[in-house]
Write a new protein. Structure first.
Length: 110
């Protein structure tokens, strides 16, 4: 069984994440790392999104120039007291994408 647990440092952040290819998909980020994110979905998905690959975008409301876009895979989902949580793993990242993700994590931690 593959271990999808993120080994990177995580920071708690308050950001929205949206998807370009899944209509109606939006979520609040719970934590963020350079390897992925944990999110709380804003509603029940209209389709099974487990293992789905999504094109996403996140940004810090306080820093409009701090944006990060890319691809992620939905690794896990579970119902919690907050709602439906999901784990995202970033995919197809270029070195520039990794730098933007690292900068966003640093800004979110500040």
């Amino acid at each position: 069984m593959k271990n999808n647990a993120r080994q990177n440092n995580r920071v708690q952040v308050e950001m929205k994440i949206r998807s370009v290819n899944l209509p109606g998909f939006s979520a609040d980020l719970v934590d963020l790392s350079v390897g992925g994110a944990r999110v709380v979905l804003s509603g029940k998905p209209s389709q099974n999104i487990l293992e789905e690959r999504i094109r996403f975008g996140v940004s810090l409301a306080s820093q409009m120039n701090a944006q990060f876009e890319g691809f992620a895979r939905v690794c896990w989902m579970r119902e919690t007291s907050r709602g439906i949580e999901a784990g995202l793993q970033w995919e197809k990242m270029t070195s520039a994408d990794w730098k933007r993700a690292d900068a966003l994590v640093s800004l979110g931690a500040a």
